[in-house]
Design a protein around this ligand. Structure first.
Ligand code: 5GP
Ligand code: ZN
Length: 140
């Protein structure tokens, strides 16, 4: 897709620190890593999609395998790892080419992504209503 910075990186029109590439997927270092220790890697399909929900089954399977492969390396690089994938601006997506953040974790790295404040459903019924709504949306 024209004007997509990640499509340009995949086509090597813009340089990046490439970590892995195969027929369907591509991975390179995030230019602004989440911690000083680095290793923050972006994994994406070569085909352009905005959201994870738009990906073809073939690309979805390929990306899962690439994430698994890179996870093995990054779990040796750091002591732990978070996988984050943002869809749409409200969720923090700035580059509209679907990508997964693989973020190696280190003691004292100062990253707080896993520490969202948690809430309680009013009661079991309120929780069930939401589960049912999602189940009905699965049928669309
Ligand atoms: P998002 O917020 O869309 O989930 O994440 C986009 C990520 O892409 C950001 O963490 C940002 O640092 C990274 N990024 C944006 N432009 C470039 C670039 O030109 N090169 C590299 N290597 N990373 C980029
Ligand atoms: Zn793109």
């Amino acid at each position: 897709m024209e004007n997509c910075v990640f499509c340009k990186i995949i086509k090597k029109e813009i340089s990046s620190s490439i970590v892995y590439e195969d027929e369907k997927t591509f991975a390179f270092l995030d230019i602004s890593p989440a911690s000083l220790e680095g290793g923050h890697t972006l994994v994406m399909p070569k085909n352009h999609y905005k959201f994870v929900s738009e990906m073809s089954d073939e690309d979805s399977k390929a990306i899962a395998l690439t994430i698994k492969k890179l996870s093995k390396a990054l779990l040796k690089f750091g002591e732990g790892m978070n996988i984050i994938q943002n869809n749409n601006k409200i969720a923090g997506q700035y580059v509209p080419h679907v990508h997964f953040h693989l973020i190696p974790r280190f003691k004292g790295d100062g990253i707080t992504i896993e520490k969202w404040s948690s809430h309680k459903y009013k009661d079991n019924r309120a929780m069930e209503e939401i589960a049912n709504k999602i189940k009905s949306l699965l049928k669309d």
